[in-house]
Design a protein around this ligand. Structure first.
Ligand code: ZN
Ligand code: ZN
Length: 147
């Protein structure tokens, strides 16, 4: 997700999904999405608001919050699996996994071919429709582990 061209692709996905879902592409929405794409820290709505208000001083927290929820609804961002409030957002909709630090709450992305190909247990696939598979490891991040 770091290269310029991949970012451009994600903007294309953003435009397409917005159009498909009848969501008007406003300068504010585009700006919020761009800010989210840049984020590697699975930010909260408040984090995004604080970053974006420097560029668009008249934007409200409510607009940012509602827009992020809408993005999640149309599938261009994921809400990170619940560890209580506030919600945290993940612009990376490709399969990847998370390491979560139980002390500072940072969520670090990682990829693993092995984890990607984990089979869904029968008892789950019989009952539910699985859309997303993600392995979450918990522990202490390198910073917290040192203390
Ligand atoms: Zn930590
Ligand atoms: Zn992630």
């Amino acid at each position: 997700m770091d290269t310029q061209s991949e970012k451009k692709d994600m903007m294309a996905v953003f435009f397409k999904r917005s159009r498909d879902n009848g969501l008007k592409i406003t300068p504010q929405r585009s700006a919020i999405y761009k800010e989210l794409l840049k984020a590697k820290d699975h930010p909260t709505a408040d984090d995004i608001y604080k970053r974006i208000v420097k560029k668009i001083p008249n934007i409200s927290f409510d607009t940012v919050n509602r827009t992020l929820l809408t993005f999640a609804k149309i599938g261009i961002t994921n809400v990170v699996e619940g560890y209580g409030q506030p919600k945290r957002y993940d612009p990376d909709i490709e399969t990847h996994h998370h390491f979560r630090c139980i002390q500072c709450n940072s969520i670090i992305d990682f990829t693993s071919r092995e984890y990607d190909s984990i089979a869904v247990p029968d008892e789950i696939s019989k009952q539910f429709t699985v859309i997303n598979k993600k392995v979450v490891l918990e522990g202490l991040c390198s910073r917290c582990g040192k203390e």
